[in-house]
Design a protein around this ligand. Sequence first.
Ligand code: NAD
Ligand code: MG
Length: 420
Amino acid sequence: MHVRAIAILGATGSIGTTTLSVVRAHPDRLRVAGLAAHSRWRELVAPAKEFGVGVIALADPAAAAEARASGAFPAGTRILEGIAGLTEVACLPEVSMVVSAVVGTAGLAPTLAALKAKKDVALASKELLVLAGKFVTEAARVSGARLLPVDSEHNAIHQLLRDKPKGDIARLVLTASGGAFRDTPLADLRHVTLAQALKHPNWSMGPKVTIDSATMANKGLEVIEARWLFDIPAERIDVVVHPQSIIHSLVTLADGSLQALLSPPSMAYPIQDCLLYPARLPCPAPHLDLTQALTLGMAPPDPARYPCLGLARSAATTGGTAPPSSTRPMRSPSLNSSPASCPSPASRNSLAGPAIFNAANEVAVAEFVAGKLPFTGIAELVGRALATLSAREPASLDEVLATDADTRVATSRLALGLAR
Ligand code: NAD
Ligand code: MG
């Protein structure tokens, strides 16, 4: 039987370690050829030994030097460093699938390189599609590599769409758990703590995506992610709050009927779907037990509780609310400027808007984690960034990256005006 060799970018994270548990369950189908992470090299020693991995990459060169000097890895293990090291791991000749699960956008260059080298990519890092969806999907189309979504909602939709012509699909419906503060009184949201924000009711995930779930910035990113993965405009992508996280998403068909995909809230399911695609084998995570009573609820999201969702939608379609860059330079945001009310129609399906939303949200989450912003300050800061900043629609990946970098600098400055 053919054994698929995979490389995992973000191997120490929540998705990375769940990926290893799926590989462990299917040793006759899967093996690990490369592991990469930011700096926590000690957590790579055990999997490197268990799976006989010959190549490791650490984005942080100091951590790579420490790992080499430690002698903790088996003799002959190559320990690479920097983004170039991650890229080399992703493009190893024996690798046929790359799991792209670096939080944020640091995994962009290695992921693009893997797609160009015709490696299939199991994509967890939604930020890459939000920032550079046009370029990521183009790279896959040109080389013929498969881009398989790991994000549970998108994986569900991918499964639901497999046997359907595009014309049969009217709308996509992404489910959202509602996050840690689904039932918290609105007036209390300003005072919730980081520890409370990190307690997700259903999923065990990394800190960034857990906080993004509480604000629903995550679902906003996912609307943009779906727009690129399935080539459907954001206006035809709905969001519904489904507290149990068992229905992972739905598609509305042309006749108005809906189809859904159900599984327990474990990322092992979508990860395994990607790793074994198109084969189906028993998943190592617990299965749904229908001998027990099961309640499945759905409700529309409350815009007052989740302002980040509306911000993401407007960013996706209009590029935010700021006037064009000819009248407002990107690098000099002003806290006092008022947003213009009429976005230019030319900026529909903007690349700039999602880039600004994503970068501003990353800065805002970091400020909240550092105790410098209240929880409600995340949406306020992202809203100000979108209302204040404007960038010319990027024509190239370099221009998108410049918008990303400029937004980070400008949002950090805007944050000073909102600090606790
Ligand atoms: P995590 O915080 O648990 O792990 C992040 C991983 O990224 C770690 O291995 C870390 O070493 C690596 N990393 C961080 N910065 C890096 C850098 N500069 N260079 C190289 N590596 C770096 O995050 P996670 O929850 O596993 O999420 C990973 C991605 O998957 C995110 O984009 C997230 O939105 C997405 N995702 C996660 C889940 C989930 O259930 N955890 C579900 C859907 C999508
Ligand atoms: Mg998701």
